[in-house]
Write a protein that binds this ligand. Structure first.
Ligand code: NDP
Length: 435
């Protein structure tokens, strides 16, 4: 029997990843935006520009966060926060935390998502606000997000030090680790405003849908029509984000929420990386209206929807299995399972069920395969003239392979011999028969 591990990494890993996140990710966001919007999506063109103009050239293309960028971010953030606080929703309980707390949420994600998209499209339709303004100030918006999110993470650190919301918090004694990995698992403002729901779901994931629609509208306003490649890309991204909000209460049971604390790593990532990098295939398509033809477009759309559905079904299967305590059908049969016990940080012994059939019997993290393929299918409408639109798929593959290992390590130290038994029954980590 193992004890539940703490999610604190070694100082050297933290320093290295913090330094690279701080020094490489912000310039990368700006370079990616510049290449997509001003250099025809061509890495070579940007490379030539950088070679000729050096550091000064890079400083010249870095947009300053302007007043309009701050206004757009402030209005969007305040609107999403208001929806999170005031729209009605079912009361949902999260999983028991390592310190024995059970967070309570209001499940109003789908309603917030619908209200956001209807409002955004309504503002455009009635001529009140044109989403092309967002695209035209995208560089300034990303620049403002880079700095604003850093300041927000300082706020999270100070809050964790002086006013933590629950006992699932605390310092490691190392200021850099505390800032980077976070102080609190469930930080809140007041009793009801959950900060991680805001950063990860209502700001980060919602911005993905809002920007996908923005790119589509920008192409329409520039060319007078929307290409079938853009339609497939936007439709698949919207199906994915819709799926996310449909399943949002399930997301509150995942590693991001139940294990990773609110620090620079996860919050900066959701506030900056999701809006800029995750949406980048659509950003590329704005100026590249590729025509696929109905047959190819529909085939890509169908393949993408199937992958997103399978990814959803994997998550649903695991959660339904846990919710019913194993008393459900998995692929039409009683599930095969392992009863695994573990010890919490407070010394209590608890048990969890591990599903070893259905999707979870194919590989221990099979759900990452359709996640990666789904991303491939909303990128492939860009065809293969440029490499950069595929950056997200490559990044996601590396992220998820690392996450599978991180999750395996965590589960191994939590469940000990029971996890070993699971690994014997289901030997592959991600891809059945291969890895
Ligand atoms: P989950 O947290 O949903 O699943 C892993 C957890 O499930 C483990 O930590 C363990 O937690 C439990 N578990 C593991 N094996 C079993 C089993 N056999 N039976 C029952 N429970 C088990 O994983 P993720 O957070 O990584 O993924 C959730 C979703 O988010 C996926 O759809 C994924 O594709 C997506 N995702 C997307 C990303 C993106 O950037 N686009 C990034 C990361 C995820 P416990 O301690 O409870 O036992």
């Amino acid at each position: 029997m193992g004890s539940e591990s703490k999610t604190v990494h070694s100082p050297i890993v933290t320093y290295a990843s913090m330094l690279s996140l701080l020094s490489l990710c912000p310039p990368f966001v700006i370079l990616l935006w510049y290449t997509m919007v001003h250099a025809d999506g061509s890495v070579l063109q940007t490379w030539d520009y950088m070679r000729q103009n050096g550091l000064q050239g890079f400083i010249d293309i870095w947009p300053k966060p302007t007043a309009i960028a701050w206004k757009i971010i402030a209005c969007y953030g305040a609107f999403e926060a208001a929806l999170q606080l005031w729209l009605p929703g079912k009361r949902v309980e999260g999983p028991i935390s390592p310190a024995g707390n059970r967070p309570v949420y209001k499940a109003n994600g789908v309603l917030s998502y619908v209200v956001t998209l209807v409002t955004y499209l309504g503002l455009w339709w009635f001529g009140i606000f044109n989403p092309t303004i967002v695209y035209d100030h995208l560089g300034e918006i990303f620049s403002a997000l880079i700095f604003g999110s850093f300041v927000f993470c300082i706020f999270l650190y100070i809050k964790g030090q002086i006013a933590p919301s629950s006992t699932d918090s605390g310092s490691t004694g190392n200021i850099i680790i505390d800032f980077y990995w976070g102080m609190e698992l469930y930080p809140r403002i007041g009793k009801n405003f959950d900060i991680k729901v805001f950063t990860n779901c209502r700001f980060g994931m919602m911005s993905w849908a809002v920007l996908a629609v923005t790119y589509c509208i920008k192409q329409y306003e520039t060319y007078g029509k929307v290409s079938d490649s853009m339609l497939v890309n936007t439709a698949l991204m919207l199906v994915y984000v819709t799926k996310f909000f449909w399943w949002e209460a399930g997301y509150w049971n995942t590693m991001d929420i139940a294990h990773d604390r609110a620090g620079f790593y996860i919050c900066w990532g959701c506030l900056v990386w999701v809006p800029s990098i995750y949406t980048s295939p659509g950003m590329y398509l704005v100026n590249h209206p590729v025509t696929l033809g109905a047959q190819l477009a529909l085939s890509i759309l169908a393949a993408g929807v199937l992958c997103i559905y399978i990814n959803y079904d994997c998550d649903r299967q695991r959660q339904e299995f846990r919710r019913t305590n194993g008393k459900c059908l998995v692929w039409g049969k009683a599930p095969s399972k392992i009863l695994a016990s573990y010890t919490t940080t407070t010394g209590e012994t608890k048990t969890s069920l591990l599903l070893t059939s259905g999707w979870w019997g194919l590989a221990r993290h099979f759900h990452y395969v359709p996640e990666i393929l789904g991303a491939f299918f909303w990128t492939v409408p860009a065809l293969f003239n440029h490499f950069l639109p595929y950056f997200y798929v490559i990044f996601l593959t590396i992220l998820l392979l690392d996450r599978a290992k991180r999750d395996d390590d965590r589960c191994k130290s939590k469940y000990g011999k029971y996890w070993k038994l699971y690994c014997e029954k289901v030997p592959y980590r991600v891809v059945p028969g291969i890895y």
